[in-house]
Design a protein around this ligand. Structure first.
Ligand SMILES: *[C@@H]1O[C@H](CO)[C@@H](O)[C@H](O)[C@H]1NC(C)=O
Ligand SMILES: *[C@@H]1O[C@H](CO)[C@@H](O)[C@H](O)[C@H]1NC(C)=O
Ligand SMILES: *[C@@H]1O[C@H](CO)[C@@H](O)[C@H](O)[C@H]1NC(C)=O
Ligand SMILES: *[C@@H]1O[C@H](CO)[C@@H](O)[C@H](O)[C@H]1NC(C)=O
Ligand SMILES: *[C@@H]1O[C@H](CO)[C@@H](O)[C@H](O)[C@H]1NC(C)=O
Length: 845
């Protein structure tokens, strides 16, 4: 075999006239957001002479190559990840013998190109196989997996398979082909938690036109999905000695924002860039509400402010700001330092004057297309200044338009100041890219999120404090599990939202997922282990770019190197050496000189192909009962009945399916159902599954503590209710899950407390006499005198589940017949209310 280094400039994957691509297969396995992609291709050289074959694959910037193998006429070349210098030396030795070929990974926009070229004799068969791994980040409510398909010619076997396995279930999957007009086929989906997306265009379908011999397949094939979430404390998974905690609560309202837009209007912005930026800013400004505050600073060599102070996002202010930005004519130089200092000063001043709400989020959105040319032009000095003057609670987000801007600098100043940076490509959709970025950060839901674990249960935990959580994103923490044999692994989350401070708890069994994965033929082996390494390496790379001294940098580099070798990732410090079995021939896969991590492009516009709605909730005929109006300050406790599954002994049993506690004074309502606990406060709704534990204190009015299978709700620091969940066997022929409400005897109520149960807050005087055996010998009968009525009552027992959750303890009771007639005020129908938050009005006597 003769392998020669070639520099390939062809755009198509395979060059040469006698080169035929027999098959091109892409397979991605995604397990819990971690994707392992394999690209396999079989190519033959049918020409009479030697030809060069190039294998080009575009891979996402955030992906790490993990393997590359090649089979040339039966001779295997196998890849292994080595320290860069080691790999380069070995490669140089082979090159000296003329037995080496280069593989390059080049940098381009949002994808890197993996490119390799070999020169092979006539009648050669070559199989390529490339592997890479990446973690998918949730953006705007979706995980998006993009595959760049570029076979270069019509291919008899062209197929793409994406297997998704998400333990919690897949809520929605969509596919889109940027490949001409072809539609992707969907198979096997709907069987949560797995999905299998298939794209297998026939030779005919691949043609650009009916009579064409060129392929239409040249573009991005995307699959995007979201998972089902039933536990707002997040999803904790353990596999292979590693854990991953995914946290993405929904149903929280956005925190108000204080934004200073700092926009570059130097000469280089002139023309289409400025036009697209103005277009984007106009829609962004429209999104502001009266609760938000904002201002605009535009700068070239001078710095100007639309308003010297932050103003409310009212429609008149927004209209005025829009007019202002439209009138800007870009010209002149770039004074970045002064512009940023002015923005920081504006936010600091507002904070000092008490203009900024404690529970709001303050940020600077900085847009530039070039390096500083006026004022302070040393990037390190600007970085220092920003860090020095910006407050801990402000964030700096940077957008770099085009390639004239030092993106590394933008990343550093953003990372160092609780923000992120994004590259914006200067092209027709620049304004769309800007808007998409803004959408990702426009709805902050939580601040100061901390995810913790009991001491000694885990180690080597990745970043677990997060300054903010934005709607549609996800926070991920991973680590090694230390001890987890007999008890489950527990995690605690604390955070502040627009209205409340949350503390949440979730737990997971440590072996369950591995046994589930054992039955999955298309899952990623050791996903949690690889995910932990992937996150750790990316964090170390970020830390390294902020490191102050060379010694610190070297220390971090050593850590990255160790992990990259252990987990076989091609990183900026490692390379892949591909060797023939004899070690005679060598190839080198190197990453780009200047990796730009953290860069991802905006989300394309989507046309949904298929949607899988979340589980359908079954509703039976339900009646809402008022149990309580405990005091005149406005507290209502209502219960909703659910029926058993079937009639048994001529009776359809009913149970409490939902219990709702509504405190009108503060507008807070807690709905406890057999499925979950919902906390509702105005627009804000927060759900907790029974599997999580939560303590919530809402501005001192309602304190809710949920432990496994019971919720304690304290209203106004005095009135307490406990709701117990009783689960029945799922296949029980008659019974369904139900709730029990327990009320301590030391609750204090006003004299006006009423309702089905509330009327007994003060125990009525009851006399029992004439006790005698009944028709059923175990059920005694008697006469009860209460509220001036004489009632026939029967002895029986009822269960009290407060102590023994599973079987309950028996308590003897006297049962009143006729739906409690004579025992309760009025009749039972008087207690039916229209809604879960209705008050009981009728005066009954
Ligand atoms: C790369 O693939 C080859 C062939 O399948 C295999 O023998 C080798 O162990 C793989 N290397 C890694 C690091 O997985
Ligand atoms: C994990 O943490 C321990 C203790 O802090 C440390 O000694 C070890 O090097 C870490 N391991 C990795 C792979 O980072
Ligand atoms: C909730 O409160 C109880 C009692 O105050 C405490 O024991 C428990 O640890 C708390 N749970 C969380 C998740 O904060
Ligand atoms: C979130 O709120 C919406 C609308 O209020 C509701 O339809 C949905 O079921 C809620 N989701 C959860 C998980 O509570
Ligand atoms: C709640 O009541 C307890 C005891 O009655 C008292 O010590 C505590 O200060 C009260 N808390 C609030 C927030 O009113």
């Amino acid at each position: 075999i003769l392998l020669i280094i070639f520099l390939a400039f062809q755009r198509s994957a395979f060059a040469g006239s006698g080169i035929i691509v027999r098959s091109y297969k892409v397979e991605s396995r995604i397990t819990s957001r971690f994707a392992h992609t394999t690209v396999r291709s079989l190519v033959v050289n049918v020409a009479q002479q030697a030809e060069s074959i190039a294998f080009n694959v575009q891979i996402p910037k955030r992906a790490f190559i993990t393997n590359f193998t090649m089979n040339v006429n039966g001779v295997m070349f196998v890849g292994s990840v080595k320290e860069k210098t080691v790999a380069r030396n070995l490669y140089a030795q082979a090159r000296a013998r003329g037995k080496a070929a280069g593989i390059v990974r080049t940098n381009a926009q949002d994808m890197d190109t993996f490119k390799m070229e070999v020169h092979v004799p006539a009648n050669s068969n070559i199989e390529f196989e490339l592997h890479y791994q990446e973690m998918m980040q949730r953006k705007l409510g979706f995980y998006e997996h993009s595959l760049y398909l570029q076979p270069g010619q019509l291919v008899p076997i062209l197929q793409v398979d994406v297997y998704i396995y998400e333990p919690k279930g897949i809520a929605v999957v969509e596919t889109r082909c940027g490949v001409n007009h072809m539609d992707a086929g969907l198979m096997d989906v709907g069987m949560r938690p797995q999905a299998h997306v298939v794209f297998r265009p026939t030779l005919f379908q691949q043609r650009k036109c009916d009579s064409c011999s060129t392929t239409a397949v040249d573009g991005i094939f995307t699959v995007r999905y979201d998972v089902h979430r039933d536990n707002s404390a997040g999803e904790l998974q353990v596999s292979d000695g590693h854990f991953v905690h995914f946290f993405a609560p929904n149903n929280l309202s956005s925190m108000p924002k204080n934004i200073v837009f700092v926009i570059d209007v130097s000469g280089s912005m002139w023309g289409i860039k400025m036009k697209q930026m103005v277009e984007a800013l106009q829609t962004i400004l429209d999104d502001l509400t009266i609760d938000d505050h904002f201002s605009i600073i535009d700068f070239n060599h001078h710095v100007r402010c639309w308003s010297e102070d932050l103003v409310h996002g009212s429609s008149t202010q927004v209209a005025d700001a829009k007019k202002y930005i439209q009138s800007i004519k870009p010209s002149g130089g770039t004074n970045i330092n002064e512009a940023l200092m002015r923005a920081i000063h504006m936010l600091n001043k507002a904070a000092n004057q008490g203009f900024i709400d404690q529970r709001s989020v303050s940020m600077i959105i900085f847009v530039s297309d070039g390096d500083p040319t006026i004022g302070e032009i040393k990037l390190s000095a600007i970085q220092k200044n920003v860090k020095r003057y910006i407050r801990e609670e402000f964030s700096l987000f940077s957008l770099g338009i085009g390639f004239d801007v030092d993106f590394d600098f933008l990343e550093r100043i953003s990372m160092e100041n609780r923000g992120i940076a994004q590259r914006i490509y200067a092209r027709h959709d620049t304004s769309e890219q800007l808007r998409n970025f803004y959408r990702q950060i426009s709805s902050p839901l939580l601040r100061k999120v901390t995810i913790q674990f009991p001491e000694d249960s885990v180690s080597n935990v990745t970043q677990n404090h997060f300054d903010k959580f934005f709607s549609g994103s996800e926070l991920v923490v991973a680590g090694k599990v230390q001890t987890c044999f007999s008890s489950p692994l527990i995690s605690f989350v604390t955070a502040s939202s627009a209205q409340m401070d949350l503390s949440l708890q979730t737990e997971t069994d440590c072996t369950e997922l591995d046994s589930l994965l054992g039955h999955q033929s298309h899952s990623v082996a050791g996903f949690a282990r690889q995910m932990w390494a992937y996150i750790t390496i990316n964090q170390l790379l970020a830390e390294r770019s902020l490191a102050k001294t060379a010694a610190e940098k070297r220390k971090i580099t050593r850590k990255i190197l160790k992990l990259a070798l252990e987990h076989q990732f091609v990183t900026p410090f490692t390379a892949m050496l591909v060797e023939s079995e004899t070690g005679q021939e060598r190839l080198l896969a190197d990453s780009p000189k200047d990796p730009k991590h953290g860069c991802c492009i905006g989300v394309p516009a989507w046309g949904a192909l298929l949607r899988f709605p979340n589980l359908v909730m079954l509703c039976s005929d339900m009646v809402v009962w008022n149990c309580f109006n405990p005091n005149k300050k406005g507290l209502a406790v209502n219960g909703q009945l659910v029926a058993g599954k079937k009639i048994k002994n001529n009776k359809l049993n009913t149970y409490f399916g939902t219990i709702s506690i509504y405190y009108k004074t503060s507008g807070i309502r807690v709905d406890v159902s057999t499925q979950q606990v919902n906390l509702i406060h105005g627009k804000d709704q927060h759900s907790f599954s029974w599997a999580s534990t939560a303590n919530i204190t809402l501005s001192g009015y309602v304190d809710e503590q949920k432990q496994n299978a019971h919720v304690t709700i304290t209203v106004n620091n005095g009135t307490t209710f406990m709701v117990l969940l009783h689960r029945v066997w799922k296949k029980h022929p008659f019974n369904v899950d139900f709730l029990g409400i327990y009320i301590p005897s030391n609750n204090i109520y006003s004299t006006r407390v009423h309702g089905l149960i509330g009327q007994f807050a003060v125990e009525p005087e009851v006399k029992i006499y004439n006790i005698h055996d009944g028709a059923d010998p175990v059920k005694q009968e008697a006469t009860m005198e209460v509220k001036g009525n004489k009632l026939a009552v029967t002895r029986g027992w009822q269960k009290d589940y407060r102590k023994d959750r599973k079987y309950g303890s028996n308590v003897f009771c006297w049962f009143v017949h006729n739906n409690g007639k004579g025992f309760i005020d009025g009749q039972y129908k008087n207690y039916i209310v229209p809604q879960m938050d209705s008050f009981f009005k009728q005066e009954l006597k």
